[in-house]
Ligand binder design. Structure first.
Ligand code: FRU
Length: 473
């Protein structure tokens, strides 16, 4: 048996995670001067409560990442309680050397001390949400911060919860979506417009016809095949039997018009990105090849969803980058970007009913041409089953992951599967990425073992290289 106290075996090989401390939302995703950049919400002092900073990683290929340290810290009064989430806008030829300029827009969070005793409810009083711009020409040194919008600038219907700017360029103008909570406790978005990325004018408010949660966090826009999809993270949706089972939810609404013209959208059309257990606050960016790429926070707020065993001094990771496409049903598909195929080493056939083992706990499992029902288990502890018109994920061993009830989604038939196993992270993509589950787990077995019972035309698993061996070097 491996040493149960040796927690280094949970270190990830191709999912971005902090060396120490806490990670949440991906921020500022972009491709800039040839390199991919990702930032994330970072609390270095976790499990102590602390303000959030932006940690920074870069990559030439979306697979091998290098940690660049903490990029943005709380150092002005307007962000003194946290450098909260935000996004990147790359402005061509705007830097002093004639090259591209990276513009990072984020929310400076301010929480007044004193608590409820001081009369603050921290919804209508006691907070500030400041939208701030900081730029970089080289991805290493940053300009002074510039406050662009404050609570007084938002429309009167807003509470003090307004945050997470998503900024993009469209037809020569810049647009900014902000997530917000209104005075009636209804989540909605503000859409701002700007000619120069500095002066912003409110263009519209976007809400759903029926209330969909009390607050929308981390809004995003996906523009594919002439269609716009509004991505939002509603807080306060009541858990249903087959959906909305995380603490807060993350999904998108296919729009029937351009986001620039939308004011009332169809909340009933809200589609969850991922059925969990660990998924929230995804961000989408467009790379130089025009791909729409999504990276999510592979984690969630609230127990037992933090899922870190005692003694592990880092918490949570990001999903692998996923390319988005549209399916024939008009909904979005997500699959790991093709670059991940480069990690594949030798391939093992997975005969049904036989347990296959892998010493380094990393596998890329591919099933194609699945007929009928069946199941696949990892270590006999995490089961994926297709039966009775449902696809379900279930933990069979409390020791591996405690406190997670089974999750199911309706699925007429399962045709294919792709499963990425990376020590303590598992991403499951079914039917070309139309149904996705992402979960952490903390296996105790010495070897990773896979066993399936599917009638399938192709079932194989690739051993994988460690892409992050030098991430902190
Ligand atoms: C979403 C979120 C954002 C906020 C950030 C703070 O997970 O709550 O709304 O900007 O996390 O870390």
């Amino acid at each position: 048996m491996p040493d149960r106290n040796d927690l280094s075996r949970y270190r990830l090989s191709f999912h971005i995670a902090p060396e120490h401390g806490w990670l949440n939302d991906p921020n500022g995703l972009c491709q800039f001067r040839g390199q991919y950049h990702a930032f994330y919400q970072y609390n270095p002092l976790w499990p102590q409560k602390d303000t959030k900073h932006w940690r920074h990683v870069v990559s030439a290929d979306l697979v091998h990442w290098h940690d660049e340290g903490t990029a943005l810290v709380t150092d002005i009064p307007e962000d003194r309680s946290g450098v909260y989430s935000g996004s990147a806008l790359i402005v061509p030829c705007a830097a002093s050397d004639g090259g591209d300029l990276m513009c990072l827009y984020y929310t400076g969070n301010v929480v007044y001390p004193g608590g409820k005793e001081a009369g603050y409810d921290y919804v209508h009083t006691g907070r500030e949400a400041n939208e701030i711009l900081v730029t970089t020409e080289d991805g290493q040194t940053y300009s002074e911060k510039r406050v662009l919008l404050r609570n007084d600038d938002y429309p009167d219907v807003c509470t003090q919860h307004v945050r997470d700017p998503k900024v993009w360029e469209q037809a020569g103008a810049a647009y900014m979506l902000l997530g917000a909570r209104n005075l009636d406790d209804v989540g909605f978005c503000l859409l701002y417009e700007s000619a120069d990325g500095i002066e912003w004018r409110l263009r519209s408010q976007i809400r759903s016809r029926e209330k969909l949660g009390y607050m929308w966090e981390c809004p995003n826009i996906v523009q594919l095949g002439g269609h716009d999809f509004l991505a939002i993270c509603p807080q306060g949706l009541e858990e249903q039997e087959l959906c909305w089972q995380n603490k807060n939810q993350a999904g998108y609404i296919p729009l029937t018009e351009s986001v620039l013209d939308a004011t009332v959208v169809d909340g009933d059309a809200f589609v969850e990105w991922d059925h969990g257990y660990d998924f929230y606050a995804p961000q989408v960016f467009v790379d130089d090849a025009g791909r729409q790429i999504l990276i999510g926070w592979m984690g969630s707020f609230g127990d037992p969803w933090t899922a870190a065993p005692r003694g592990l001094d880092w918490c949570h990771c990001l999903t692998v980058p996923r390319e988005l496409t549209i399916g024939a049903d008009g909904l979005l598909r997500q699959l790991p970007v093709a670059e991940y195929d480069a990690l594949r080493k030798e391939c093992v056939e997975l005969a049904p009913g036989v347990a296959h083992s892998c010493a380094d706990h990393r596998l890329d499992i591919v099933h194609a041409g699945i007929k009928g029902e069946g199941c696949l288990t990892l270590d006999g502890a995490l089961e994926l089953a297709c039966a009775d018109g449902k696809l379900s994920v279930r933990f069979l061993d409390e020791e591996v992951t405690a406190g997670r009830p089974a999750r199911s989604v309706l699925l007429d038939s399962l045709k294919d599967l792709r499963i990425l196993v990376d020590t303590s992270a598992v991403e499951i993509y079914a039917n070309g990425g139309s149904t996705v589950f992402s979960t952490r787990w903390f296996p105790t077995a010495e070897q990773l073992s896979v066993r399936h019972t599917f009638d399938v035309s192709q079932a194989e698993a690739y051993l994988l290289e460690d892409a992050l061996e030098n991430v902190f070097a």
